[in-house]
Design a protein around this ligand. Structure first.
Ligand code: MN
Length: 266
């Protein structure tokens, strides 16, 4: 597979209102995760940390050819641990999860993007920001059915109510998206503490003004705090900085092709 060079940055902050940061993230190239835990106090922290731990385990000896099935196994293992924790007398811990993993898709590098809940994945493609994931939330359902507008969703009293997450009574199916690596300049994974407080235009401007992904992540979290910081805020920014073709393979192809041409000469 073509080698892909990635640069990344990550930032998280408890915010200005909460006392505990229940968000967690993982940067273990080529695996990146943001999780937003729920359940209050230790439970939310436990839930987001659990899914990050399970992805960390996946990062050790990672096989890019087995993308979707390994992610499903990670989510199942996380779900088992959350249910077990719930049985030990704690209130049911839950967490959202968004993940980006480099996988091999037909021999070519691709991003496998995963979403469960209302954390978000954005991609910068051709200089433009687009939201890749769709929130699993009550307000997203109301927007989809045309009952409210996207602008009304931002102010809706139930804007924090999610319809799918890890840790519920049964494992809900995540959404999967696959994007060719060559089409994506930058990925942003963030919790709703960023996307709920910083609008898409501002997110796009910060990403455009911050060539270094570490600055981009720091500035996105800072913008969430400036906007009130009423939730934990986490951002992970990943840049595809270069594709290095497998040299051995290419030179072999060229040699064979040259021999064929020479052999074809009269
Ligand atoms: Mn949150």
């Amino acid at each position: 597979m073509t080698q892909v060079e990635l640069h990344h940055g990550a930032a998280t902050d408890v915010g200005l209102v909460r006392t505990v940061n229940e968000d967690a993230y993982l940067v273990a190239p080529p695996i990146f995760v943001v999780a937003d835990g729920m359940g209050g106090h230790a439970d939310g922290e436990f839930a987001s940390r659990t899914v990050v731990e399970e992805f960390t385990r996946l990062a050790e000896g990672y096989d890019p050819t087995r993308g979707t099935e390994t992610v499903t196994a990670v989510l199942e293992a996380s779900q088992r641990r959350l249910l077990e924790h719930g049985r030990l007398g704690m209130r049911g811990p839950g967490t959202t999860v968004v993940a980006a993993l480099l996988v091999e898709d037909d021999g070519e590098p691709a991003w496998l993007l995963v979403n469960l809940g209302d954390s978000r994945i954005y991609a910068v493609r051709g200089g433009a920001l687009e939201q890749v994931s769709t929130d699993h939330s009550v307000v997203q359902e109301l927007v989809d059915s045309g009952e409210i507008t996207a602008a009304e969703a931002d102010e809706h009293p139930e804007r924090h109510v999610i319809t799918r997450a890890l840790g519920g009574p049964r494992l809900e199916p995540p959404d999967f998206f696959v994007l060719p690596v060559t089409e994506v300049e930058r990925l942003l994974l963030c919790s709703d503490g960023v996307s709920g407080l910083v609008d898409d235009d501002r997110i796009a401007a910060i990403l455009a003004e911050s060539p270094d992904p570490r600055d981009a992540a720091d500035r996105l979290v800072a913008a969430a705090l400036e906007a009130g910081g009423d939730d934990n805020a986490t951002a992970v920014v990943v840049d595809v900085v270069g594709l290095v073709p497998d040299q051995a393979y290419d030179s072999e192809q060229q040699r064979v092709s040259l021999e064929q041409k020479l052999g074809a000469l009269p």
